[in-house]
Write a protein that binds this ligand. Structure first.
Ligand code: 1GP
Length: 248
C-alpha cells in the first residue's frame, strides 16, 4: 500500500520537484496509453492524476492500463462521483471552496461515500480554489460557481487557509484546464506563506518557465495536462537526468 500523503509531505520537506501529469480519460485512447506513459516514466513526473470535469468514460480499464506501464502513483482527480475507480491508488477528495455551490462543498461527497467505502483508495481531502484566467473554464460551467478574482489575493489566501483550518490536507489553486494565464507567482507565494500543508498549482502551465515560476513561488506539486495532450515533445524538456543525451 502506498503512503501518498506521507510521500508528498516528505518530498515537500526535501524540496523534491513534484510534477503531476493529468490524463483526461475522454481524451486518451487506450491504445495510446502505453507510449504516453513511457514518456511520463522517462520524465521527472512523480504522480499521474486521472480525471476531468466532464468525463463520460468508464475509467477502470484506462487506469489498469496506466498502472500496467508505470510504478508512479495514480491519483483520481474527479469531476464527479462516476470517476471513482477502485483501481487507482488515491483520490483528491475535492471541496470547491472558492465557490458556494453546496453540491461541490458537501453534496457530491456524501454521494461518494458508499462507493469509496468499497475501495482501498487513500483519501486526500483537498481544498480546491478556482481562480479566473481570462476565459470561462469547464469547472466554472459544470460547478456553476464563479472563480475568484486574481486581484483578490488576500481573499484567495484566506480561503485557502480556511480550507486548512477545516482539516483539508492539500490546497489546489486551479486556473482551469487550458487556462490562458497560469496562476500568478504573487498569488502562489502569498497563499504558500500562510499554509502549513502542501500546495498544488494547475491550469495553463505550458512551458518549463511556467513550471519554474510555480515552483519558485512555492508550489509543492504542479499539474500539467493540456500541454502534454497538445505536444508530447514537452516531455523532452522534462527528462530525468539519466535519460538526457549529453554531448560527449
Ligand atoms: C486542470 O489543473 C489542471 O484541472 C491542468 O490544467 O490542462 O491547463 O494543464 P492544464
Amino acid at each position: 500500500m502506498k503512503n501518498l500523503y506521507k510521500d508528498i509531505i516528505i518530498n515537500s520537506q526535501i524540496a523534491k520537484t513534484q510534477l503531476a501529469v493529468l490524463i483526461d480519460p475522454d481524451k486518451m485512447e487506450i491504445k495510446n496509453i502505453s507510449s504516453f506513459i513511457g514518456k511520463v516514466n522517462r520524465s521527472i513526473a512523480t504522480h499521474i492524476f486521472v480525471g476531468g470535469s466532464e468525463v463520460d468514460t468508464n475509467i477502470d480499464e484506462q487506469i489498469l492500463e496506466i498502472k500496467s506501464h508505470t510504478k508512479l502513483p495514480v491519483i483520481l482527480f474527479p469531476g464527479d462521483t462516476n470517476q471513482i475507480s477502485p483501481e487507482a491508488d488515491g483520490i483528491l477528495f475535492l471541496s470547491l471552496i472558492s465557490g458556494r455551490n453546496p453540491d461541490y462543498l458537501i453534496g457530491k461527497h456524501v454521494e461518494a461515500v458508499p462507493k469509496l467505502s468499497t475501495t482501498n483508495l487513500e483519501i486526500l481531502p483537498t481544498g480546491y480554489l478556482l481562480v479566473e484566467n481570462g476565459k470561462k473554464t469547464s469547472v466554472e460551467k459544470v460547478s456553476k460557481t464563479t472563480p475568484m478574482l486574481r486581484a483578490d489575493i488576500d481573499l484567495i489566501r484566506d480561503t485557502a487557509k480556511a480550507g486548512e483550518l477545516l482539516g483539508m490536507k492539500l490546497i489546489y489553486l486551479e486556473a482551469g484546464s487550458g487556462a490562458i494565464q497560469p496562476i500568478d507567482s504573487d498569488i502562489i507565494s502569498k497563499v504558500k506563506g500562510s499554509l502549513n500543508i502542501p500546495l498544488i498549482i494547475g491550469g495553463g502551465i505550458k512551458t518549463k518557465q511556467d513550471l519554474n515560476n510555480a515552483y519558485g513561488a512555492g508550489a509543492d506539486i504542479v499539474v500539467v495536462g493540456t500541454a502534454f495532450e497538445k505536444d508530447e515533445s514537452f516531455f523532452e524538456d522534462l527528462l530525468k537526468p539519466e535519460f538526457k543525451i549529453t554531448a560527449n
